[in-house]
Structures are given as C-alpha cells and as structure tokens.
Ligand binder design. Structure first.
Ligand code: GLU
Ligand code: ZN
Length: 493
C-alpha cells in the first residue's frame, strides 16, 4: 500500500509548535516510506477562518522547507485540496447518507436547541441533541421542506453497541456508541459541511493511508469509523500522536511562552533547530543521538519510535539547539542572517554602510560563540556601533568588591591597556592575571568592570576580542568615563 498522509490544519490561527510537529511527523513518515505528503486546508469553519492564518500556514511550511507533494497551489490527482472548493462533493455524500437512511434532516430551530441545552443544564442531564427529528416520517419531512423550513443533516449514531479502531501507538481504542455525541451535524443549513463529514470524505477520496494527528482527535475517531462504515468505506490506519506538554506537565500553551512558529522565527530561531528539536518531542531514533538534519529525518523517521508518553517541550533545550545550529553556519551566511536584526533595532543603518559592514564582518566570529538566538546580536554588538555615555555604577562594581576597589582595578587596566590591545590572547590574559594578583582579587573581578566599561553590559562577547574590535582609543575613552562615574559615586557617598 502506498503511504499517503496529510496535514490538515484549519486556518483559524497561527501555526504553533504542536501543529508543525504533526506536519513534520506526517512529512517525515511519507518521505521515509517513499510515499506522498499531502497538504489539505480544512477551512469549513468560515466564522473562524482568517486569511492571515492561511498565509501563515504557507510561509511557515515554506520556511521549514517542508514541501507538499499534493496540495494548494500545486494541485494533484485528487484535488482541489482546499475544502471550501469541494462543497459540492460533501453535499453529494451527505445526501447519499440521507437516501440510505443513515442520516436525517433536522428542522430544529436554534431557539429550540438553546432551550434544550438550558433544560439539560438545569436537570444535569447529559448534554447533546435529543434526536428530536430522528423519527420524522417522510411526509413530515417533505411538508417541512415545502414550507421552506431550513434544515441540517444529522448522522444517525447507533444507540447501543460500541465502536473501535486500531491505533498504531495506542492499540485498540473502543468507545461506547452512547458516549459519542448524539447525532452530530454533517451538513449545516447553509449547505456547509462540518469537520467530521469533510474530513472523512476527503481522507477517503484522497486515498489517505494513515492518519497521524494529535491525540485530542481520539474522541472523533470512533465517530469517523462509524461514518466510514455508513459509506461502505474502510478507514485509514490511525496513529494519534502524544500531546506536547510544557515542563509543568500541562498542555503546551501561551502560558509557557511563545507557541506560534512565527514568533520563534522572529526571535531568531533557525528552521534547522526547530525541525530538529520539535522532531525530538515524542520521537527518538535511539536514546543517544540528538542531531538530525531535515534530510536525515526524511530517511530515519519511523512510527515505531514515537513515544506513547506525552512529549515535553523544553524552551531552554530548543534555545541550546539553536545555538548549536548557529555555530554550524559559515560566517558569511550568519552575517546575512543577523543583518535584518541589526537594522531593525537601529544598530546599523538600512542600507548598511561600508564602514558598518566592515565592523559586522570583523565581529561575527566573536559574536557567533555567544548567540543563542539571532536576535541576541543587537544587545551583544551595540557597543561596537554606539557610544556609551553613561554607566550603571552597580553593574561596574563586581560582587564582593566596593567602588574604591573597582576604581583601583580600572586604573591598573588603564595603565597597561596599550599592551593588551597589541598582545595575543594568552599574553593579554597574563597581563590581567598580573593585575588580579597585585590587587589580590579574582581574575573575574578584573575582567567584569572592564567588560562593563567597554561594552556597557555584564553580558558581552569575549572581552579581549571586544577590546581589539573597538581599538585602544575607544577602550581608553570608555574606561575613563566609567572611572569618572565611579569617582562621582564615591564623592556623593
Ligand atoms: N482540521 C483538523 C485540525 O485542525 C484536522 C484534524 C485531523 O487531522 O483529522 O487539526
Ligand atoms: Zn431536530
């Protein structure tokens, strides 16, 4: 059997981590089996549909380098792949179920259904449609239609028995039919299908072999199986994917941090890192290997290695992956990637000047070591482009040191700075060690005031390299400004 899988998002919101995890697992599974990956847009909910969400779907998959074999824009043998372009098909199949007595027209007004809900709430009875119209006679139905009363088409869920399906991960999943929502709507009064009808009809006609989707869809599984049976079709193989949780064991949500892919992208995560890390949430090749390129996952992915337990999404771990991938980039490539961030923050001009570009190129090897996110570049490198006119005195003074001690450190540094700028890395360090010994302080207590004086921040690229980048003149100037600040502090008590 040819593997044909689909990612079938509803464009009602931005693509989030859980969604693209589903997309990636489908995509890798298709690739690893030499099958087809299909993108299907499930835009039947016209109230929640947004054009922005649809565009975001395309740009996100494009950014991740996930290409569909069949789907919007490129088409395919079983298209169209956008559900709103397939409404005639759904109507036809809803009618078929009507004819076969497996579905029925419901003429209940929204007022009646509302009242029913109210009563059920009061009586604490199970919620859901009371199957009021299930037993209307054909004459009654015809009369209502002639009278122009609008209707929906509902599916007849059996009262008794149970329905099961085999799930690759979970084994046999069984649901009592009485627990399935009583007679769900398949076709709304405006002729629009609901998710259940469109999803089942499309999976059948698009010849989907496996359904890989989030576990939150398990409750729909049994209903879908009943629908396949009603149509006389056989359902695809199911594989419901474990949930994606935050570290607190709760379903991943906004509370945990960014969840939309576009936010990660804007912060400067690389697609390689997202693909690699997100694929590790609930899947592993073996228990050791952590690094996989998209191309490798296209070969190595397998359903057998998906975990049954929920996957934990660890933001710190993703950040770590991102740093690793940043350091795999060539300098020219990385330079190209950080330029937009520098422009956006006004660190460099747009277009970048030759002078600025020279600095950017010179600084990149130093910066690369310290970047977790591309956006870190602005804070880290601002000191190379902007003068520092004022200091946070508290940041200048290391812990376990006082202002006077810090002044002595900076004065010592000032007296040897010319040597440092011209020295090699090791030699420069020896000079600083000498100062630390002489003043009987830790090396860190020498380097920290210097770091803050030169870069304006306690977090910076390696300090010796930073000094070389800005040069002796500016370094001296900044140390002097920092010293003045500290001396004023002392004077003012
Ligand atoms: N449109 C559904 C969603 O938004 C598809 C669920 C499924 O894969 O069946 O996730
Ligand atoms: Zn009804």
């Amino acid at each position: 059997m040819e593997v044909r899988v689909r990612y079938a998002p509803s464009p009602t919101g931005l693509q989030h981590i859980g969604g693209i995890r589903t997309a990636l697992f489908n995509y890798f599974f298709a690739r690893s089996k030499g099958g087809k990956f299909i993108l299907r847009v499930e835009d039947t909910d016209r109230e929640r549909y947004t054009e922005e969400a649809l565009q975001d779907l395309y740009t996100t998959l494009d950014w991740l380098g996930v290409k569909w074999d069949e789907g919007p824009e490129i088409g395919g043998p079983y298209g169209p792949y956008i559900q709103s372009e397939r409404f005639d098909l759904y109507r036809e199949y809803a009618d078929k179920l009507l004819e076969d007595g497996k579905a029925y027209r419901c003429f209940c007004t929204s007022e009646r259904l509302e009242k029913l809900r109210e009563e059920q709430k009061k009586g604490k009875k199970s919620l859901g449609y009371d199957r009021h119209c299930r037993n209307l006679t054909q004459e009654e139905v015809n009369a209502k239609i002639s009278a122009g009363i609008p209707s929906v088409i509902r599916f007849k869920v059996p009262f008794e028995g149970k329905t099961s399906f085999e799930d690759v991960l979970l084994g046999k999943v069984t649901r009592k039919n009485k627990d399935i929502s009583p007679d769900p709507v398949l076709l709304k009064s405006d002729g629009f299908p609901t998710y259940h009808l469109a999803n089942v009809v499309d999976d059948h006609f698009m010849k989907i072999s496996h359904i890989l989707r989030a576990q939150e869809w398990i409750p729909s599984g049994a209903l879908h199986v009943l629908l396949y049976e009603a149509f006389g079709w056989s359902p695809p193989v199911y594989c419901h994917l474990p949930m994606v949780m935050g570290k607190d064991g709760q379903k991943l949500s906004k509370r945990h941090g960014s969840t939309s892919v576009v936010e990660f992208r804007e912060k400067g995560y690389l697609p390689e890192a997202i693909i690699n890390y997100v694929s590790m949430v609930g899947w592993s090749y073996d228990d050791k290997r952590e690094f996989f390129s998209r191309e490798e996952l296209e070969k190595l992915f397998s359903l057998e290695k998906i975990n049954k337990a929920p996957g934990v999404f660890d933001y710190k771990k993703l950040e770590w992956f991102n740093g690793q991938y940043i350091r795999k980039k060539s300098m020219p490539e990385l330079t190209g990637l950080v330029l937009p961030y520098l422009k956006k923050e006004g660190i460099i001009s747009d277009p970048v000047t030759d002078k600025e570009m020279e600095i950017v190129e010179a600084m990149m090897p130093l910066m690369a070591e310290r970047l977790h996110l591309l956006s870190d570049i602005s804070k880290l490198s601002a000191f190379l482009f902007k003068d520092i006119t004022d200091y946070d005195a508290a940041a200048l003074v290391p812990k376990k040191m006082n202002t006077e001690g810090t002044i002595r450190v900076l004065e010592e540094i000032l007296s040897v700075i010319g040597n440092v700028v011209n020295a090699g890395e090791e030699e420069a360090e020896t000079i600083f060690r000498g100062i630390a010994e002489k003043l009987e302080v830790k090396l860190g207590s020498v380097l920290m005031p210097l770091r803050v004086a030169v870069t304006g921040s306690t977090v910076s690229p390696p300090i010796i390299g930073s000094i070389r980048l800005i040069g002796e003149e500016k370094t001296v100037e900044r140390i002097k400004i920092a010293l003045e600040k500290l001396k004023r502090e002392v004077e003012n008590g």
